[in-house]
Design a protein around this ligand. Structure first.
Ligand SMILES: [Zn+2]
Ligand SMILES: [Zn+2]
Ligand SMILES: [Zn+2]
Length: 251
């Protein structure tokens, strides 16, 4: 998140000079690069940012610097599902949450005061005193959503998605087999797990089923019908205009 970086830089110099572990100039170069990026960077991405600036540092040293700053409260380390750890700035007194696209890895920051208050209220109603929280929303960014065909084989649906069966393709016996498994056009199914290989676990009514990939290729589903119904038709523009926060995109 953008902030008063020149103030932070001064703050850093004092800290780095006073902790007596040496390589002050190298560490200042690294912190400069870190403060200049507004991204959520992995260690590898950050090392290549440093390389772009003409600095070649070994990854253990850079990692040590980053982790030290995490401890000192200048940086935070975030591990989003399915991604290597990422580092971002930490600005005192400012908080934000994240949406993570499970397809392209894009990270969108957001902040919503109503949501923050709601979380505290829910905690309090449970007699719980909230100290901190992590709010991460996983899904598909608008670009990835747009790039997808409306009808897609079930084999390409993501874990956590609710889809509607629209068509069963393939030979007669394939269709008969799917029907014997209980699938009908128009059925809603929940994709419980699809890790890209092996069988796909779905929830169908009250039962869980494991579908082999071959069969899953033959079931064409309508993806994200729920999302579309709520936000995209016709309220998509409305949804976009609802931003209370400068939605900034990373990566
Ligand atoms: Zn939050
Ligand atoms: Zn995406
Ligand atoms: Zn962030």
């Amino acid at each position: 998140m953008t902030n008063n970086n020149s103030y932070e830089k001064k703050n850093f110099r004092t800290l780095i000079e006073s902790d007596g572990i040496g390589r002050v100039e190298d560490r200042l170069n690294i912190i400069d690069a870190f403060l200049d990026t507004e991204d959520h960077v992995t260690l590898e991405e950050f090392i290549s940012l440093l390389r772009d600036r003409g600095f070649e540092y070994d990854s253990d040293f850079v990692k040590m610097c980053l982790n030290r700053w995490v401890n000192q409260g200048f940086a935070q380390k975030k591990t989003f599902e399915g991604q290597p750890p990422r580092y971002e700035h930490r600005h005192l007194g400012k908080h934000h949450d994240h949406m993570i696209c499970t397809k392209c890895g894009k990270i969108i920051e957001f902040s919503d005061n109503d949501l923050e208050i709601m979380q505290e209220r829910i905690a309090a109603e449970n007699g719980f005193h909230m100290l901190q929280h992590k709010m991460e929303i996983y899904g598909l960014c608008d670009q990835c959503l747009e790039e997808r065909d409306v009808l897609t084989p079930l084999s390409r649906a993501k874990g956590g998605e609710e889809v509607i069966i629209r068509e069963m393709i393939g030979e007669k016996q394939d269709k008969a087999r799917l029907i014997s498994m209980g699938f009908r056009s128009g059925d809603h199914i929940e994709v419980i797990n699809n890790n890209g290989e092996g069988r796909i676990i779905v929830g169908h009514g009250l039962i869980r089923l494991a579908i082999d990939r071959d069969s899953a290729e033959k079931i064409l589903v309508d993806l994200a019908p729920r999302r579309r119904a709520r936000y995209f038709y016709p309220g998509r523009r409305k949804f976009r205009n609802r931003k209370r926060w400068p939605f900034r995109r990373f990566r």
